[in-house]
Design a protein around this ligand. Structure first.
Ligand SMILES: Cc1cc2nc3c(=O)[nH]c(=O)nc-3n(C[C@H](O)[C@H](O)[C@H](O)COP(=O)(O)O)c2cc1C
Length: 330
């Protein structure tokens, strides 16, 4: 059994990766229903939280049905991160995750996200103090290193474990790589194989098929897989991987009616959460992915992403369900 603190998870758990503008409560709920064992929020700015910026605090919303859920925060200032921990605790997440991996310039330039990979002592200190400040399990998500010449992930992992984190997710790229090239899982396996390590080590980066998830488990020996892009528009990915693990065969492709139903539920949950206007607006980005690869879909897509009223979007879903009922997805 894999454990994050006292949270018991099945063998080789599948984790929904934190993704900005994607991993919101409706999407997390759909992924959870389809087999995600842990879900994470998108990253939330510690500075935004302590300023009580509405945009940041709304990201703290979590639902009972998503549990176990981790709230991810980022920042580089100790005082802000500690105050953010106290704010986050009031939302009663199961886990607090620290983002030490975001490669984006505006984050890195402030020393946060992957920027901290240039100052491992600060990374260790921030983590140690945050662990002391909360009764919740703290996890970290990071990258292999700042660049190819500074990969010290084995040492970094030891130091983070020593100050009390309860699990570590590692994206198999450096900051310099951003999202280019292939994720390298070899250094992640080196962390796992270090006899000093006892916390779960989750692999991340390019798990885009059930076969790749199996490879991460069987050839690299990692404790679980954190999955990002493969489940955008495909919350069924978790179920597909689990089915493959259990049977060695692939699930039937997801049917049109299942896709439409997911889109309907997504929109309904978004409206319940944020109201009609924002619910309609913020769910738009998901439709292209749910209905990827359908020929002559453009007029329907346009309707879905330009209608301001949910009733028109629901109508477009009904039309799509009927019109493309026979479409065979890959
Ligand atoms: C749209 C998008 C948003 C992301 N936002 C975050 C984030 O908020 N926090 C974080 O730690 N990583 C973030 N990531 C990185 C992912 O969590 C993950 O590490 C990366 O996509 C590699 O995994 P994958 O190949 O399974 O997608 C984001 C990635 C994408 C594509």
């Amino acid at each position: 059994m894999v454990k994050i603190g006292a949270i018991e998870l099945p063998e080789f758990p599948l984790l929904l990766a934190p993704m900005e503008d994607v991993s919101d409560p409706p999407f997390r709920a759909l992924c959870k229903e389809q087999g995600a064992d842990v879900v994470y929020t998108e990253f939330i700015s510690s500075e935004g939280l302590i300023r009580d910026a509405a945009k940041s605090t709304m990201k703290l919303d979590i639902y009972e049905k998503e549990r176990p859920v981790g709230i991810q925060i980022f920042g580089a200032n100790l005082d802000s991160m500690l105050r953010a921990v106290e704010i986050v605790e009031k939302s009663y997440p199961d886990i607090i995750d620290i983002n030490f991996g975001c490669p984006v310039k505006k984050v890195v330039s402030k020393g946060a996200g992957a920027g901290i990979l240039k100052d491992i002592c600060l990374m260790e200190k921030l983590t140690a103090e945050m662990v002391k400040r909360t009764h919740l399990p703290v996890t970290v998500k990071t990258r292999l290193g700042w660049d190819h010449d500074s990969i010290r992930i084995v040492e970094v992992a030891e130091r983070l474990q020593d100050v009390g984190i309860k699990a570590l997710s590692i994206h198999g790229r450096t900051r310099a790589q951003m999202y280019k090239g292939n994720a390298d899982w070899v250094p992640i396996a080196a962390v796992k194989n270090n006899p000093r390590m006892h916390i779960p080590i989750f692999g991340n980066g390019d798990v885009n098929s059930p076969e790749r998830a199996m490879e991460m488990r069987d050839s690299y020996g990692l404790d679980g897989a954190m999955i990002g892009r493969a489940c955008i528009g495909n919350p069924w990915f978790f179920k597909q991987v689990k089915h493959y693990f259990e049977t060695g065969t692939h699930l039937e492709p997801i049917s049109m009616s299942e896709r439409v139903e997911a889109a309907r539920r997504h929109l309904k949950m978004a409206i319940d959460w944020k109201g009609e206007v924002l619910g309609v607006l913020e769910t738009r980005r998901h439709y292209t992915n749910y209905f990827k690869g359908i020929p002559n879909f453009k007029p329907y897509r346009t309707k879905m992403v330009t209608s301001d009223h949910s009733q028109d979007v629901f109508k477009a879903f009904d039309e799509v369900e009927t019109k493309f009922a026979a479409h065979q997805f890959a």
